[in-house]
Ligand binder design. Sequence first.
Ligand code: SAM
Length: 383
Amino acid sequence: MSGQLAMAPPGSRPGLPERLRDTYDRLLASARFRAFATRFPLTRPFARRRVRALFDLCAGFVYTQTLLACVRLQVFDMLRDGPQPHDRLAARMGLSPEAATTLLNAAESLRLVTRRRGGRWGLGELGAAMVDNPGVTAMVEHHALVYRDLADPVALLRRDRGGNGLSGYWPYAGTERPDSLPDEHVADYTALMAASQPFIAAEVLAAYDFSRHRCLLDLGGGDGSFLRAVGARHASLQLRLFDLPAVAERARARFAAAGLGDRAQACGGDFTRGPFPDGADIVSLVRIVHDHDDARALAILRAARSALPPGGTLLVAEPMSGTAGAEPITEAYFGFYLLAMGTGRPRRPEELAALIRQAGFADPALLPTRTPLLARVMTARAA
Ligand SMILES: C[S@@+](CC[C@H](N)C(=O)[O-])C[C@H]1O[C@@H](n2cnc3c(N)ncnc32)[C@H](O)[C@@H]1O
């Protein structure tokens, strides 16, 4: 099940589109052609766009760090109630007026802030989206760890998987007995997942109607944020969570604090083995399968099958490869992220569907989601 490309048989003559593509590549690879393309008025707009795209690739880390500085200095919170004069904002950030100019000019170019009349600064389109958005804020901070692992990408690609900062952050990825992990090893990632869960739950709830079900079992359900969101929409649905014992303990406390009583129960264990709570007619795996290599992903899906009666429903929600318009996110971002984490890979819907069938399910179907780059949803029926 490795994502292999369909290759033309050796020795076969490439078709016309392939040969045109080769000619185009050769032209672009010629410094003389590139110089001509920037001079010639009809090709100049294309040349400019290419230069800009390449420069953005070179400078991406600087853009990221501009965002990190704004988050750490709480710029978006400071501007949430309205524009602020430059010097007051600089003082609140603890920066000299000159340093504040450097940061705010950079942030303006990235649509994080905007210059307003009277020497004031206000929120930009993307900065406004950071307000009251703890999920993205937590991810921005988390990326400091991700980028440490990616500081030498060639070494990361060449060495055996595991042994990185991210593998330590997600300790279940590299251990045979994840169910013995203590609370201090699961606390940070459980909080990070809970912070970003509202986006995912909103996508799933918009894509799938749970009202036909009696009991939802969420495998790897974290602190129960997903189940609480589904339960709030469907008041008669029973909620069951299964996760590592230390994580399930956190979910139990959150369910009690939310006053869910017996309607929501959390069980601890290893989801490749169970045993699972009885009675579920739907099992969800939210941001789970992509964390695991094929053999383990199959074991999790088979375990999910064992928790369902024939005809029961499986629902898998996660970002998937081959999502049109999200290629840099699924291929570059998740590809490298999971490489550094040490297990798993983003899968194309057809690769996931093949695993799901192998695990004893039928009719895998991809449901449309509103923001497919955040999550796609696949359902299947227990055969
Ligand atoms: C990426 S998080 C996703 C959490 C949650 N579903 C969400 O989307 O917010 C993966 C979850 O799987 C759990 N997990 C990992 N290995 C497990 C195992 N062997 N048995 C049970 N849960 C496991 C982790 O503790 C974690 O809560």
